[in-house]
Write a protein that binds this ligand. Structure first.
Ligand SMILES: Cc1cc2nc3c(=O)[nH]c(=O)nc-3n(C[C@H](O)[C@H](O)[C@H](O)COP(=O)(O)OP(=O)(O)OC[C@H]3O[C@@H](n4cnc5c(N)ncnc54)[C@H](O)[C@@H]3O)c2cc1C
Length: 380
């Protein structure tokens, strides 16, 4: 596995303590109320988690990609919602960093560096999910402005976000070559956020529809170039897929820990259930899978930091493998806890619900397998 630097080890220790002392309890309660508590948000802000990757010259943490994966893994170990909040801010931020010109960096990075200014990633539409080239949200030129009309769905952190990176099309017929990104600030006239969706997992994370009704944005808000938005989508998703893999790893690790500790305490037939081979082999298989995911996630996170040229291929492998592992490990953790595992008083049922999302978000695992196979047919 890629080795952690002293800084990485320090971040891991800090996050582990933060999660244990301040986050775990608040997050478990938030899953029940289905509301994202301001106290939790303030902890993230005070701990600098939203500004981790912002360059130090803008007061950010100046951390590398591996550090952000460590943060997301540790958060997910106790709560998927928290991990999703930080990871999806990173998704928006990643597109911003890759597309922003000098003036845009100058305007927004000092705000983001303060740690309380969130960036959203708005790509998915009701009729354009996996087939993202079919975007219909239209950006039409109007003098020194563009007028945006359309809608987005399933957008994470809606309402918490200050600046949305919105992927539009300047001409739906052009498909990929029409995709164009704009920066839309939350208070822009004509821009509305719908009610939070009721979800299986990540329940406290607000996921909403966004609507654009003649939203006027100045040409300065164009992110990158007209018709080049797909490059931003592709580059951002490549990185954030590795982050979703880190999230899946954290969920799997958390579920395994709960399962082992329960199996040591729970007695049936006069013995602790861990002494039964049927149970202990399930736990051993969990450990094998978790460590496989860990090796993969950090090996590929290091490739992000090094700028590997085949990153999209490795990112899809990491995302697919780690999320399938999270689904399997959390499902088995519920099994180890038996009936108690199915009850909301124990954390594994929530972990199983949260794990499911990692197989869908940032491109479903079917789409990842398509990408992997496409790359294989090119190289062999
Ligand atoms: C909790 C959550 C948070 C999210 N946050 C964001 C966000 O912040 N920003 C954002 O833009 N989006 C977000 N999304 C949306 C997410 O990225 C999409 O849901 C995902 O890409 C799938 O799109 P879809 O839901 O339209 O499914 P569809 O594309 O309709 O897919 C339905 C099924 O068909 C399969 N399928 C589709 N095409 C193919 C094919 N060619 N071959 C094989 N199988 C195929 C899929 O794998 C899937 O199983 C979020 C989703 C969730 C659940």
């Amino acid at each position: 596995m890629a080795t952690f630097s002293k800084t990485h080890e320090m971040i891991q220790k800090m996050l582990r303590e933060l999660c244990r002392d301040k986050i775990a309890e608040l997050a478990a309660e938030a899953d029940k109320t289905k509301e994202y508590p301001p106290e939790l948000h303030n902890i993230f802000i005070e701990s600098g988690l939203f500004a981790l990757r912002i360059p130090e010259e803008y007061d950010g943490g100046g951390m590398d990609f591996t550090s952000s994966c460590i943060v997301v893994e540790e958060l997910a170990r106790v709560d998927g919602t928290c991990a999703n909040t930080v990871a999806h801010h990173q998704a928006g931020l990643c597109s911003f960093m890759k597309g922003a010109g000098k003036a845009q960096r100058h305007t927004y990075l000092p705000k983001i560096g303060k740690g309380d200014y969130l960036v959203g990633f708005a790509l998915t539409e009701p009729n354009a999910g996996s087939d993202a080239f079919s975007l219909q949200t239209l950006a039409s030129p109007d003098g020194d402005h563009y007028i945006i009309n359309g809608s987005k769905c399933f957008i994470s952190n809606s309402g918490l976000t200050d600046l949305y990176v919105v992927f539009t099309t300047v001409d739906p017929e052009l498909r990929r070559d029409g995709i164009t990104a704009f920066l839309v600030e939350k208070d822009t006239t004509g821009f509305k956020i719908g009610k939070p969706e009721k979800k299986m997992g990540f329940r406290a994370s607000p996921t909403c529809e966004l609507t654009f009704d003649n939203v006027r944005v100045p040409k300065e808000n164009l992110l990158g170039q007209i018709g080049k938005g797909w490059q931003l989508v592709h580059q951002s998703l490549t990185e954030t897929r590795v982050m979703i893999a880190a999230m899946a790893l954290g969920i799997a690790q958390g579920a395994m820990e709960v399962a082992v500790s329960y199996a040591k305490k729970r007695e049936q037939f006069g013995k602790s259930i861990i002494s039964f081979q049927g149970v202990s082999f399930m736990l051993a298989d969990m450990a094998i899978q978790v460590e496989m995911a860990r090796s993969l996630v950090y090996e590929i996170a290091a490739k992000v930091d090094q700028g590997d040229k085949n990153l999209h291929y490795y990112a899809s492998i990491a995302k697919c493998a780690a999320s399938d592992i999270a689904m399997k490990v959390t499902t088995d953790a519920v099994q180890v806890l038996g009936g108690y595992g199915y009850m909301a008083d124990y954390p594994v049922e929530k972990m199983m619900r949260d794990a499911k999302a990692t197989q869908i978000i940032e491109g479903t695992n079917q789409i990842q397998r398509m990408q992997i196979a496409r790359h294989l047919s090119k190289i062999y």
